[in-house]
Every structure is written in C-alpha cells, then in structure tokens.
Design a protein around this ligand. Structure first.
Ligand code: NDP
Length: 322
C-alpha cells in the first residue's frame, strides 16, 4: 500500500486528499514506478476544479513525474527494473507509486536529477512543441509570451533566446520582470500596471508580433489578437484566468490564425514523444535551458502548492517531493 493525493469531488485545494492507495501490479505493456519527484502544473488545478473533466472520480491527480522502475509487465522489452525514467501528460502522478504504460515513459540521462526531470518534462516539452511544431520560431521571430516568469514561461524565455527570437514577456510584478529578464526575456511588460497591447505596439514600432503565446485566457482576450501582425498566429494554450469566451471568427480580422494546442495531442505518437523529450534533454544538457525549481512541497502538502500557484505566488517550476 502506498499513499496518493486523490480527488473525490471537484472543488478547491481542500478537495485534495492524502490517503492510502493500492497501486496494484503492472499489466501487459505497463511498468510500476517508485516515484522520486512529481511535477506541479497548472492543468492540475483545472482537473481539480472540474474545468477539465476527469474520466472518473475518485482520481489520483497529477500529470508528471520521475522515478525508478520497480516492476515490469508482460511484453515490456525496452525498460527494466532499476531504470531511471520520467513522463508527462499521463494522469496519476500525485502518488508514491504508480502504474504507467511503458510507451509513455522516457529514460532519463544520468545528468538529469529526478527533481529537475519532474519539474521540466511537461513544461519543457510544451515549450518545445510550441516553438518547433505549432510555429517555427527562428532568428528574427518576434513573439509575445504571457506569464513569462512562470514554469512554462522561464523555459520559454531561455529557449526563445537560444533560437535567436525576440521574446516580449508579460509578468504580474516587477520582481517577476527581473526574473524573466535574467532568463533571456528581451522585453517585459507588467500587465497589471501597463496596457500590454500599447506596450507591444511601442516595443515593435508598430510592426506587432508574428506569434502570441497566450496561456492566460479570459483576461488577455481579445488584447492578444491586437498584438499580432496581419496573418500572425494566436496560440491559445491555457486558461490561468479562466477560459476564453466564445467569439465570432471575424475577431481574426480577415487574416489572423488561431490554434488551441495541447501537449498530449502533440506527443500522442511514441516517435513524437521521443523526439520532443530528446530535444528537451539536449537543451538542458547543453546549458541553454536551466530548470528553475523555485518551490518544493512534500507531496502530501499538494493543496498548499495549488494555493500558491493559483494566487500567482510561484515563479518557475514547482516540485512535489515524494
Ligand atoms: P505558471 O507557473 O505559468 O503559473 C501561472 C501564471 O499565470 C501565474 O504565475 C501568473 O503569472 C499568471 N496568471 C495571470 N493571470 C492569472 C490568474 N488570474 N490566476 C492565476 N495565474 C494567473 O503555470 P504553468 O507553467 O504550469 O502553466 C502556464 C500555463 O500554460 C497555464 O495556463 C497552463 O494551463 C498552460 N499549459 C498548457 C499546456 C498545453 O499543452 N496546452 C501545457 C502546459 C501548460 P503572473 O503573476 O506573472 O501573471
């Protein structure tokens, strides 16, 4: 018997219950992990509140983790007991032990520690698909990236810089602005005290952005669309302030493109998952991207982590320590 954080009914952070949970043994194609660290992600709050519905309740929350393989099921050939592995996008992470399909995990390079892996798999693979697959970010690309001091944000600042792009990052405080800058953000805008659309117009001399990465949702709509040049791309990939309201397609002004991507869709095939993770490991091992684990909580205290994340008190990535 191991312990896990489960949700029995959608609600606030108090809905997270630390309780004994029977992990079971791996079935065909599965492995069992002793988890060493678990990643905290904004999606965990959407799944806790029911904004994103879970397949069934009660459910073990959590989409990301890293640990050691302690048992393998029938037909698993590429993974063995003792391997160090990590994953992202597979529900059931907030647990001391878990079962997972072997084709959803990747082996960790020796140089990457468990807590770094748990902090970076979901947020880092997100930046990789956003910059390589959703839009081809190149030297000279001008982008607006909201929440630039957050978990996805600090990785995006460094990755954009490595690609030679100009990244304009929005942040909720002056301290966060300094942090984003220190991670390679070209310009920052405090969108709590400044009009971000006006500032983007000034910073780009009216040329506006090729692409806007918007994970804020309700509060930055439709302003984000006003930051795009003709035929620019609006990437709506999250809803930290609430979902984007339904809108008329004429809001796209005759030429803008809009997409609503998810990591799960972009890594659905094993080859996509491996290519993405390999690229992420390369960026981290080269030093181009450093993972900032700025908050650590005991797994049983996941509710405190959710409170801090939703109150905008965190920066960079957060890890739940097993
Ligand atoms: P963050 O660490 O970025 O935390 C969210 C940040 O959003 C806050 O720190 C805050 O930064 C900002 N924010 C702005 N308005 C609000 C608000 N009303 N309430 C709370 N926060 C607000 O989280 P993650 O790095 O885990 O995720 C970032 C975003 O990316 C989320 O929206 C998430 O859902 C999305 N995401 C989407 C994926 C996909 O594939 N579609 C995959 C991964 C993440 P500040 O104070 O600076 O404004």
């Amino acid at each position: 018997m191991a312990n896990a954080i489960r949700v029995h009914a959608y609600g606030g952070p108090e809905a997270l219950r630390w309780e004994p949970f029977v992990t079971g043994e791996p079935g065909p194609g599965e492995v069992k992990l002793a988890q060493r660290a678990v990643g905290l992600n904004y999606i965990d709050t959407y799944q806790r509140t029911g904004l994103y519905k879970l397949a069934a309740l009660p459910a073990v929350l959590g989409m990301e983790g890293a640990g050691e393989v302690i048992a393998v099921g029938a037909g698993v050939a590429d993974v063995k007991v003792g391997d160090r592995v990590a994953y992202a996008g597979v529900l059931g992470g907030y647990a001391e032990e878990r079962l997972i399909a072997a084709d959803r995990i990747v082996k960790l390079p020796e140089s990457i520690a468990y807590d770094t892996a748990a902090a970076m798999m979901l947020q880092g693979m997100t930046v990789r698909y956003l910059f390589r697959d959703t839009y081809d970010v190149k030297p000279g690309t001008v982008m607006l990236f909201h929440a630039a001091a957050g978990g996805v944000g600090l990785i995006a600042c460094q990755w954009a810089k490595a690609l030679g792009a100009t990244i304009i990052g929005t942040v909720g405080s002056d301290e966060k602005a300094a942090l984003a800058k220190a991670h390679g953000c070209t310009h920052t805008i405090n969108y709590r005290s400044e009009n971000f659309v006006e500032r983007v117009r000034e910073l780009t001399d009216g040329a506006l952005c090729d692409v806007v990465y918007d994970s804020i949702g309700k509060d930055t709509f439709p302003g984000s669309l006003d930051c795009l040049r003709p035929r620019g791309l609006w990437v709506s990939f999250g809803n930290a302030s609430g979902p984007v309201p339904p809108f008329d397609l004429t809001a796209l002004k005759g030429s803008l493109y809009a997409t609503r991507p998810s990591l799960m869709a972009y890594t659905a095939k094993r080859a996509e998952l491996v290519a993405n993770a390999t690229d992420l490991f390369r960026m981290v091992e080269s030093g181009a991207v450093r993972i900032s684990v700025n908050q650590r909580y005991a797994l049983k205290d996941a509710a405190d982590a959710h409170r801090d994340l939703e109150a905008r008190r965190t920066t960079g990535s957060s890890v739940l320590v097993v």
